[in-house]
Write a protein that binds this ligand. Structure first.
Ligand code: BGC
Length: 723
């Protein structure tokens, strides 16, 4: 009898959920009353690698999760990390999130979110494990490619529509990894020490935006510690800030294997424990799930009264709330499997995210009709980049390699190809050297380069261990596998060499002056080769901007300007010594010239910012400054420019960065066209986090609004006063 009562409650609740939140909350209370303590505890931990159990007796469904964040991952076995071998689990591989950030186009983030959410829904996933919004602190971090760059404002603006897009499908996004997971070295135990100011100004804003603006339904903890406590059950991060200050009403999920203590997990806000292995991080034995921190040990503490039942009720309430939003919402759409529209979205994001860094004498675009011989050199010209990298690895329906894309678009040219170097097979957690002769590969590449009109070198990193991959950082800023030396030799036999970098991180470029052109092409997913050829041929005019600073050398990056305690730490602790001066904030404040600046990227046309004006130059705290910017395309092809506004606090009681991004807008302009656009900056975004009052503070006085096209290309300065 009760069973039918609950089932009808579930169904009714789902239908009215949108209109009547109170009713849903009441129904959740009713369900909680029906659950036994054992059933409640069961809902708080995994039953398989990627699912948590429901309560069959009451028709409460299981929750199914999937990585994330660039496509819906192939099915994994119930209780091992092996792929399950299904034949219907191929996906669209969308460009990596660094590329999405480089578009500076929130509308594309929305399209990306909607499309990936549709695939997650079609594949019956309730939680998509993404987006990742950890801040790019060091170019060595093996997972930067899964994140949205070094600027908290950019990452915030870009993650919100992604989340909203995913969740329109009745699939929860799961923003990750909360928080301070800014390196992979020692990720499971390193204890991060950072000032409150840097925490609030740099490392938390994107999570806060995900919660407060994106209304994200779940969040994933991180592996590392912060101030001595693991972040996945951290009192300050979860109870005080996330659930307290920000009012997060969703579910906190561990990272896989990041729970370490029952009391802490129970009391410090963890709701679902995933991935714990009773004998290590990645393997489990029979009944392992019963021994999770939030399983039997939790039940015991509840039974003997050491932990109050209200603690588990709160977790179950959040889990049921997530279910009403996802798998108990009978009205959610059905989703769509990988299809042409999704590939189109992937291609569009890739086209807009590619960044043209150098283009001497208009080397690009290359005319497909008149270009004669192109030597495409480099392993990344043919390597599948959806494979490797760790948990974000994908099984995609197709992946067009750069060579394939170039061959197709430059069908009238003679295309030759040489690998040039070999990295060895992709392996998670290991470096497997190649068995091929590097010397033979190099000699073949030089011979190929010598005979060509143009050389396109397609290199970079490759998602192998220590080359943009989970569970390990890069070991240096230079290109691996002898690419720098190879480039020198190629450039000695051919003057027309352009470099296409496939990576999620900045690299050193000792060969920069000898290259005719340099393109930052990230990891572009299914449509990689098409998008690269679109840009190189001029079918698409590049408009991507760097979401991170490229330093000349590693020590120029703030995290690396100190002793090893700053990076990678001493094995136990780590101190973020550059404090709030992350990325361009460091470079600009310390006057260290970057190789390529944050926000920088070229186009095949030229733009001019003609004027920037505000109606007044005096504002109050709750005003919104509206800046009108007139911008022209002064060249002869259509293109898009990203107008960026940075704020400089002229005189402050505390140290402030030389400038901070507070607004941007991408504007499409036909050749010769002029447009007036408006950017809005709320005055209360000029605040800093004041540690003496543990709160944000806005200081009166003079501010400069710096309007430009990159962090180092400021074209107009508006001087205003805050009263
Ligand atoms: C990663 C997460 C991922 C999870 C599940 C972890 O190792 O850090 O980002 O979502 O595994 O694959």
């Amino acid at each position: 009898m009760k069973y039918f009562l609950i089932l009808s409650l579930l169904f009714f609740g789902a239908v009215v959920s949108a209109q009547n939140l109170d009713k849903v909350e009441n129904q959740i209370d009713e369900i909680i009353k029906e659950l036994t303590l054992e059933e409640k505890v069961k809902m708080c931990h995994a039953q398989s690698k990627f699912s948590s159990p429901g309560v069959e007796r009451l028709g409460i469904p299981e929750i199914w999760m999937s990585d994330g964040p660039h496509g819906v991952r192939a099915e994994i076995e119930w209780d091992s990390w092996s792929y399950a071998g299904w034949t219907n689990d191929s996906c669209t591989a969308f460009p990596a999130l660094t590329c999405l950030a480089a578009t500076f186009n929130p509308e594309l983030a929305r399209k990306y979110g909607v499309a990936i959410g549709e695939e997650a829904r079609y594949r019956k996933k309730d939680i998509l494990l993404g987006p990742g919004v950890n801040i790019y602190r060091t170019p060595l971090n093996g997972r930067n490619f899964e994140y949205m760059g070094e600027d908290p404002y950019l990452a915030s603006v870009m993650c919100v529509p992604y989340i909203q897009g995913v969740q329109t499908n009745g699939v929860a996004a799961c923003v990750k990894h909360y928080a301070l997971n800014n390196q992979e070295v020692w990720r499971d135990h390193i204890n991060v020490k950072v000032s409150d100011r840097a925490l609030h100004e740099i490392y938390l804003p994107a999570f806060k935006a995900a919660v407060k603006e994106g209304k994200v339904w779940s969040i994933m903890g991180a592996y590392n510690k912060y101030n001595g406590q693991h972040t996945s059950h951290h009192k300050v991060l979860i109870n005080d800030i996330l659930k307290g200050d920000w009012g997060f009403d969703g579910v906190v999920v561990t990272d896989w294997g990041s729970a370490h203590d029952t009391q802490e997990a129970a009391l410090n806000g963890l709701d679902i424990e995933m991935g714990t292995g009773t004998d290590g991080l990645t393997s489990s034995k029979e009944n392992a799930y019963d021994y999770y921190y939030l399983a039997k040990p939790f039940l015991e503490l509840l039974k003997n009264g050491e932990i109050d039942e209200s603690v588990v009720d709160d977790k179950v309430r959040r889990i049921l709330r997530l279910m009403y939003r996802t798998n108990m919402n009978q009205t959610r759409p059905l989703g769509r499997k990988a299809n042409q529209q999704h590939f189109d979205v992937a291609r569009e994001v890739a086209q807009e995210g590619v960044v043209l860094l150098k283009n001497k004498n208009s080397f690009f675009p290359l005319n497909p009709e008149t270009t004669q011989t192109i030597a495409v050199i480099g392993e990344n010209a043919t390597r599948m980049m959806t494979i490797g990298g760790g948990s974000s690895e994908l099984k995609t329906v197709h992946e067009i390699s750069p060579l394939e894309g170039i061959k197709k678009r430059f069908a009238n040219a003679t295309i030759t190809h040489a690998m040039g170097y070999s990295s060895g097979p992709s392996a998670y957690g290991r470096v497997i050297p190649s068995h091929l002769s590097q010397d033979s590969l190099k000699r073949a590449a030089i011979a190929t380069a010598r005979q060509a009109d143009i050389v396109l070198f397609v290199g970079g990193l490759n998602k192998n261990h220590e080359q943009d991959c989970e569970n390990g950082d890069r070991t240096g800023l230079n290109l691996p596998f002898g690419q720098d030396a190879l480039l020198d030799e190629i450039m000695a036999v051919n003057n027309n060499v352009a470099v296409v970098l496939v990576s999620g991180n900045a690299v050193a470029m000792p060969w920069k002056t000898k290259a005719q052109a340099i393109v930052q092409a990230w990891y572009l997913g299914s449509e990689t080769g098409h998008a690269i050829a679109d840009v190189l041929s001029g079918d698409v005019n590049p408009s991507g901007k760097l979401p991170m600073t490229f330093p000349v050398k590693l020590e120029d990056n703030g995290a690396h300007a100190f002793d090893p305690l700053s990076y990678p730490g001493d094995g136990v602790d780590q101190v973020y010594k550059e404090d709030i001066l992350v990325g361009y904030r460091w470079h600009d404040t310390k006057k260290i010239k970057p190789l390529y600046a944050f926000g920088y990227g070229l186009s095949y046309t030229s733009f001019k910012i003609n004027s920037a004006t505000t109606v007044s130059n005096s504002f109050k705290a709750d005003d919104v400054v509206k800046i009108k910017v007139s911008v022209s395309n002064t060249g002869d092809v259509d293109g898009a420019e990203v107008v960026q506004v940075y704020v400089k606090d002229v005189k402050s009681s505390v140290m402030r960065p030389a400038k901070e991004l507070k607004a941007f807008k991408k504007v499409k302009l036909a050749a010769g066209e002029t447009k007036k656009i408006e950017l809005e900056l709320p005055v209360n975004s000029f605040v800093f986090y004041d540690e003496s009052i543990n709160d944000w503070k806005l200081e009166k006085g003079a501010y400069h609004l710096l309007v430009g096209t990159a962090s180092n290309q400021i074209k107009k300065t508006l001087k205003i006063e805050v009263q």
